[in-house]
Design a protein around this ligand. Structure first.
Ligand SMILES: [Zn+2]
Length: 150
């Protein structure tokens, strides 16, 4: 019950439930899904695909919402690849340990991020990731899978 009350109060302040159409460009609207142009200027053409209903995790979507959301992600990734860039990241972050703020919205959304070889994201962020993504050895893989029962 407490969780439900929190969810209702989240909806009142949620930037995606109370979308400001003067400041936000909605570029597509379907029965369950909208697509908006994201504001951060690091990557022009960065889109967000958002279910209209306030949910925080993919598992909370009903079947029709899942289908439409997934098909819309595919549709707009293809548009980006055709008209904006040669690559496109698809990303969804679920981080309940972070407080909602200007750069973190609890309402589920899928990022479509146009990418090019050695683009600004690469030069500002991914250049530091080489050490973070060193390969696991066989023992580390087995330990992790066993401990987490995956
Ligand atoms: Zn919302």
């Amino acid at each position: 019950m407490k969780k439900r009350q929190n969810n209702e109060s989240n909806i009142k302040t949620c930037p995606f439930c109370t979308i400001d159409t003067k400041r936000t460009k909605i570029i597509n609207s379907k029965p369950y899904t909208i697509v908006i142009l994201s504001n951060p200027r690091l990557v022009p053409g960065h889109l967000l695909v958002i279910p209209k209903r306030h949910v925080e995790k993919l598992s909370e979507l009903i079947e029709e919402e899942k289908n439409e959301l997934c098909n819309t992600v595919i549709e707009f990734q293809e548009k980006i690849l055709l008209r904006v860039s040669s690559g496109c990241d698809v990303r969804q972050n679920y981080r309940p340990f972070l407080k909602e703020g200007r750069l973190k919205v609890d309402h589920l959304h899928i990022h479509l991020i146009p990418r090019e070889f050695k683009d600004d994201i690469f030069r500002h962020i991914q250049i530091f990731e080489n050490n973070l993504f060193k390969e696991l050895d066989e023992k580390e893989i087995k330990n992790f899978l066993f401990k987490k029962n995956l």
